[in-house]
Design a protein around this ligand. Sequence first.
Ligand code: UD1
Length: 409
Amino acid sequence: MPRHSGRFPTLAPAMGVHHPQNRDVSRRLISLTAVVGARPNFVKMAPILEEAGRRPAFHCRLIHTGQHYSPQMSETFFDELGIAAPDVNFEIGSGSHTVQAAGVMLKLETELNERRPGVVLVVGDVNSTMAAALVASKLGIPVAHVEAGLRSFDRRMPEETNRLVTDVLSDYLFASEPSGVTNLLAEGVPKERIFLVGNVMIDTLMKYRDKAAKTGVLDRLGLESRKYAVATLHRPSNVDGMDQLASLVNMLTELSRHLPVVFPVHPRTRERMEIARLTECGLILTEPLGYLEFLRLTSEARLVLTDSGGIQEETTILQVPCLTMRENTERPITIEQGTNRLVGTDPKDILQAALDTLDAPPRFLAAPEFWDGKASCRILDVLERSLAGKESATAEFLQLPVCKQLQSA
Ligand code: UD1
C-alpha cells in the first residue's frame, strides 16, 4: 500500500507558480495535463508549470501518480519549488514496475477520458513517465516528452526501456543535449518532432541557487566549503545486491580517511544498508535532503560521487568534479564539456579515480548549449506555436541556427 501522507502544500501565491485561476478557464487555448511521479520529475516540471502559469494560452492540470510518496521524496519538493498541490494524486506507491505502470495507466485513462486535454506533458524516464505516455498515445492525445532522446544503450536499466517507449510514442520530443537529437534521428523519429531546447533541470538550478546558499546545511552537518565529498547511490545495479552495496560503502569509508564524505541515503538504499548492517560506516549519513539543501551541498563540495542521472548535469553547471559510478551514461555532454567522469562500479577503480581527482580536478570546458535557464520558455514556445496556432512572442529561439539546422537536416 502506498504510504502517501496525503498532505500537500497549499498554493504559494508569492512563488508565482501556476495559480488556480489559471486552471479552469475555458477560453484558454491549450489544455495541458502535466504528469509527475518521482523526485527528479518535480525538479524538471516546476519551471515548466511556472512558465505556463505566466502565459494566458495555457490551462494546466497537474497529475501526481504517487510513485514517490514519502514527504522528503515528494512534498518537500512541492514546498521548496513552489509547485501548487496536484489536482489529483493517484497514490500508486511502491511495487514492481508492472504494478506501478499498470496503476498509473488505469487511473490516468479515466482522467484523460473525462478531461480530453490538448496535450499530455511528461518529463524524464521514470515508470510514471512511460505509463502516462502509453495511455495518452492510445487515446490519441498528443504527448510531449521533455528530456527526449537520452540513451545509455543499456537495456538492463529500467529507465532505458522507459525512455525508448516514451520517445516512440511522443509527438513533441524536447531534447536537453545534442546526443538526444542524434539518437532520435538514428531511430527514425521525424526531424519535425525534435527540438533541442536545453535542460529544464538547469532552469530550476539557476532560479534557486542563491536561495540554496542561505540554507545553512554546511553548518548543520559541520562541513567546510570545498573540504568534503558528497556521495549518492540508488541504482538497483549498485544497491540491490548486498555484496556490491557493501563494497561501495567500504570504498566510501576508505575515501573518508582523506576528507569527510556526506551520504544522503535514498530509501531503497537505506533499506538494504540496514539489512546488511552497513550504517555504522564512518560516513555522514543523512535522510534524503530537500532540493535546496542538496543543491547547496553539491555546490560547495570538492567532489561528488554518484550513480544518478540528474546530478551529472547539475555538477556540470556547478563546475564541481563528478565521478559517475556506472559503466555508461545517457548524458555524454557532461563528460565532453563538463566535469563528469565515468568510473565504472569497481570500488578499487572508483577510489583511485577519487584520489586522482582530489589531486588534479578536471577542467570545465563550457556550459552545454541552451543550459541557460530558459529551456522551459523554449518548450512552451513550441507548444504554443503548434497547438494554439499562433506565433509566440518569445519564439526567437526557433530562428536560432541549431533549430534551423534540425528542421532542414
Ligand atoms: C525511481 C526511478 C529512477 C529515479 C529515482 C529517483 C523508475 C524505474 N525508477 O527509482 O529512475 O532515478 O526514482 O529517486 O521509475 N521509497 C520510499 N519512499 C518513496 C519512494 C520510494 O520509501 O517516496 C522506497 C520504497 O521502498 C521503494 C523504493 O524506495 O520500494 C524504490 O522506489 P521506486 O519508485 O520503485 O524506485 P526508485 O529507486 O526511487
